[in-house]
Design a protein around this ligand. Structure first.
Ligand code: B1M
Length: 213
């Protein structure tokens, strides 16, 4: 049986090899993949963030921790996305302009896929214009915007303004999330909803889907 605390330590120490090894062992032992994410990896990332804030860690340590978490998530992702369900709605997702954080956004995208949504992931540092193009190209029902930096939160508002000026605002529901984002901020910028984590994003998207005619 895998010692799951080792997964926490591996992400915290940026040890990708150990993170992958423990994850493989845990999955082989039928541990729930979301337990690995929410109980071990995310708390480790929170501790990485805390250490960064008090200058015990610097950007290289953040990068190593992110690499370790991504290594594990690559193993977990197929399990999250394998729903087999018919697509219930189309989602375009991305991290807003100026922001390179993509781990949380990737998790949200994976769970939405697992929840039966068709997901187009535009990556990180996405301009408002690229969101508009993707909405048109994929006839999206939702866009999900992620921001992890206080300074990039206003870019969410820019996206909404660009959707309006491009004439596509009424076509999509805009959902927002990311560590510094709040329900109040979402309402303030005119988003249709806020989700605090990946599973809440799936519930929210489902609740906003129009019932089939
Ligand atoms: Co940076 N970083 N970082 N970082 N980083 C934070 C965010 C920070 C809080 C660390 C800290 O100071 N404690 C801080 C931001 C402070 C602030 O503005 N409030 C910070 C900073 C300052 C920076 C730099 C400026 C550092 C520098 O260069 N001096 C720089 C900025 C670069 C840029 O973006 N332009 C920077 C860079 C980086 C790395 C590139 C090194 C790396 C990211 C690698 C990557 O993503 N590929 C990194 C990392 C790893 C972090 C921390 C440690 C971890 C983020 C993470 O992956 N968390 C982070 C501290 C922290 O968050 N505790 C930090 C795990 C992830 C699963 O959670 O992303 O919150 P999260 O996603 C959750 C929810 O938020 C929600 O669901 C997800 C899953 O449950 N969610 C959504 C997210 N998006 C959603 C969208 C939705 C719904 C829900 O749509 C509907």
């Amino acid at each position: 049986m895998a010692d799951l605390q080792q997964l926490y330590e591996a992400v915290l120490n940026g040890d990708a090899k150990s993170a992958v090894a423990v994850t493989k062992e845990a999955l082989a032992g039928n541990v729930d993949p979301m337990t690995l994410v929410t109980k071990f990896m995310v708390p480790a990332m929170d501790e990485v963030g805390r250490r960064f804030e008090c200058e015990e860690y610097f950007v290289p340590e953040l990068l190593l921790a992110a690499r370790a978490m991504k290594g594990s998530l690559e193993l977990i992702r197929p399990l999250l996305t394998a729903s087999g369900a018919e697509p219930t709605g189309r989602v375009v997702i991305g991290t807003v302009k100026g922001d390179l954080h993509d781990i949380g956004k990737n998790l949200v995208g994976s769970l939405l896929e697992g929840g039966g949504f068709e997901v187009t992931d535009l990556g990180a540092d996405v301009s408002p214009e690229r969101f508009v193009e993707a909405i048109r190209a994929h006839n999206a029902d939702f866009i999900c915007l992620s921001a992890l930096l206080t300074v990039t939160m206003p870019a969410m508002k820019n996206v909404i303004e660009t959707l309006k000026s491009s004439g596509v605002r009424d076509q999509v529901k805009v959902l927002v999330g990311g560590a510094p984002v709040t329900r109040e901020y979402a309402a303030q910028i005119g988003a249709d909803g806020y989700a605090e984590n990946a599973s809440a994003a799936v519930h929210l998207a489902r609740s906003l889907l129009q019932p089939a005619a």
